[in-house]
Design a protein. Structure first.
Length: 364
């Protein structure tokens, strides 16, 4: 446990009483000594994301960005802002593909982790700690992969017909959840159909980010990829440490990730209220199929057959293993259940891949 983190949380509770879960997350994840002070992503970290599973993910995301670029009239340089860029795996794959295609690109990586920013500088994009530091995009594209579910959120519970807020307090040596009054503004954002004793997450951090996005994105598209729902409760609060799921996220603050699925329907509605356009929310498996995943698999099968015919058995096995790993990206029980939300400024068409992904016959 980071004693620095725990001491800071206890001091905040001693000074003001039980703190919001969002404030707890600010200390545990983003404050000095917090979980994101060092890059936690990758095989040697605490969890992996889609870009770490197989490089084809970055290729297919690049295709999505290029479709949006086409709709903008192919302005050069192609301006891309990646939010929560992590260790740079996704940025590296996208930049390599764009460089090979000869497309001039101005790539900005936004990352709160000081350790991750050090790694990102090696890729030579512009690196910022906050979206607030990014100049207006006119035009440009914004990308965020598995960021929203890690932004600070607040928690509510239905109790006796009313909503209460779940805050973080102290009981002896332990941090505990404490029920307290729920502000009307918070209650208005919570799902209205919670049953007695049921809990929900209110993604206040994600909503705040969308507010900044609406100011920065003057003309262009935003692709937000995350776990969650199209509306209503989106999953229980949990953590990750050493690639294992944790249920008690209050234990050892600063040593584990804290996350919960995001109500992307609420995020999209907030974006619309701020003047952005919601083009749709689709599962990742549908988005990747529309972007050419099946064609890539066919090409890999043909390559594997050629390698076997040429007596290069080890390379053929590696091709098979890579294709097997990549299947997790479109598995609805695995990474395929991630959802893609596409937003834009007014007057721009729905990207082709999203229109195809929204068709019910896709994948049949």
């Amino acid at each position: 446990m980071s004693e620095e983190v725990a001491a800071r949380i206890r001091a905040a509770v001693a000074e003001r009483g039980p703190i919001s879960f969002a404030e707890f997350m600010e200390h545990a994840l983003y404050g000095p000594g917090g979980f994101y002070e060092r890059p936690p992503i990758g095989a040697e970290g605490h969890f992996v994301t889609s870009p770490h599973v197989h490089p084809v993910f970055a290729d297919l995301v690049r295709f999505a960005l290029l479709e949006a670029w086409d709709a903008l009239g192919r302005p050069e340089p192609l301006r891309i802002v990646e939010l929560g860029a992590g260790d740079g795996t996704l940025a590296r794959g996208i930049l390599l593909g764009l460089e090979a295609a000869g497309i001039a690109t101005a790539y900005t990586a936004v990352e709160i982790s000081p350790g991750a920013r050090e790694r990102l500088h090696a890729l030579q994009p512009r690196v910022e700690a906050s979206l607030d530091a990014v100049p207006p995009l006119d035009p440009g594209l914004v990308l965020a992969n598995e960021l929203l579910d890690n932004l600070p959120f607040r928690r509510v519970r239905r109790r006796g017909g009313d909503l209460v807020e779940l805050r973080v307090g102290v009981a002896g040596p332990r941090l505990v959840l404490v029920e307290g009054p729920c502000e009307p503004e918070l209650a208005d954002l919570a799902p209205s159909d919670l049953g007695e004793g049921e809990e929900a997450v209110v993604p206040t951090g994600a909503l705040a980010l969308v507010g900044t996005l609406a100011r920065v994105l003057r003309r262009g598209y935003a692709l937000l990829i995350d776990y969650g729902s199209t509306g209503g409760p989106a999953g229980e609060v949990h953590g990750y440490r050493g690639h294992a799921v944790l249920e008690d996220v209050l234990e050892d603050p600063g040593s584990a990730d804290v996350t919960a699925g995001v109500d992307l329907g609420l995020v999209a509605a907030h974006a619309e209220a701020l003047g952005l356009v919601r083009h749709g929310i689709v599962p990742q498996w549908r988005a990747l199929l529309a972007l050419g995943y099946a064609r890539w698999v066919e090409g890999e099968l043909a390559r594997q057959a050629d390698l076997l015919a040429a007596g290069r058995g080890l390379e053929a096995v590696r091709a098979y293993e890579g294709r097997s790993r990549a299947s997790l990206l479109v598995d609805p029980a695995a990474l395929g259940r991630l959802r893609w939300l596409v937003l834009s400024t007014p007057g721009l068409p729905t990207p082709r891949f999203l229109a195809e992904a929204l068709q019910p016959e896709l994948g049949r």
